[in-house]
Write a protein that binds this ligand. Sequence first.
Ligand code: MLT
Length: 328
Amino acid sequence: MTPLRRTLLLSLVASASALACGASLAQAYPTKPVTLVVPFAAGGPTDVVARTIAISMSKSLGQTIIVENKLGAGGTIAANYVAKAAPDGYTILIHHNGMATAPALYRKLPFNPLTDFEYVGQVLDVPMTLLARKDLPPNSFAELAAYVKANAKTLNLANAGLGAVSHLCGMLFQRALGVELTTVPFQGTAPALNALLGGQVDILCDQTTQTMSHIKGGTVKLYGVTTRERVKILPDTPSLSEAGLKDFEVKVWHGIYAPKGTPKEAVDKLNVALRAALKDPAVVARMTDLAADIVPESKQTPEGLRVWLQQEIEKWGPVIRSAGVFAD
Ligand code: MLT
């Protein structure tokens, strides 16, 4: 063999083994547990969604998904943490509309939702419910609206912090009634709902993924749902839009994110696991009980999430800016 032929042969062998090694590394993902970061308190609606899909996704990935709650600043602490985590597929984030409202709410946001993440896919759409403590006098939405206007100075409204969907919903509710109530922020609606049950706060807008059992158990008063249409499993409850708050609509959507630069192989495997979880009969049954809708398949993709996020940023930015609300 001539020296030239020998060199060519050696470099071909070297490239082939490098390719094989790269391929087997990619195939090997995940080789250890994956951490799914939840930006709100354990036991709350985002946490319920995260833990339900984590169990199912773990089966497809062949590795445990550990759910970690990182609280504070309306979800931005968790999002920033994941944006800056190693881009190796082992730290991922579940977040809701807060990812789209943060750029308008925070003047000094330490991450960019559109450039600092890889997108795994969308998960669920969840209605919210407008609730009050059980002993609040009004018995219908019309009575509540009159009562809130008459008692605006003494009533308070709980939420999960600036940038949470409970904050957004409460803000739109107050604006629609032309009132300003005292706001009591918590680090998730799990502690906010506990305060409502204990009578320490008066009103809370919260997702059905947490509120259904309390609605069924009669431990809270329910005045309306925030989706434009009624919710199938709450047929007697009016939508707020139908009850008098024209065009009122808040629907909570969830997406899964990985830090920018996470290898495509890892994102693809996470996406396959997500899509399998959204077909898992156990997940479907649990979410149906909680009035949550699994998003259409076209939204369960990285591109489906990216495009939706961009649209939501464009939708909510002007609404928040016109309300003049800032979180920082
Ligand atoms: C919210 O209001 O943003 C959520 O309900 C947060 C949570 O999961 O607690």
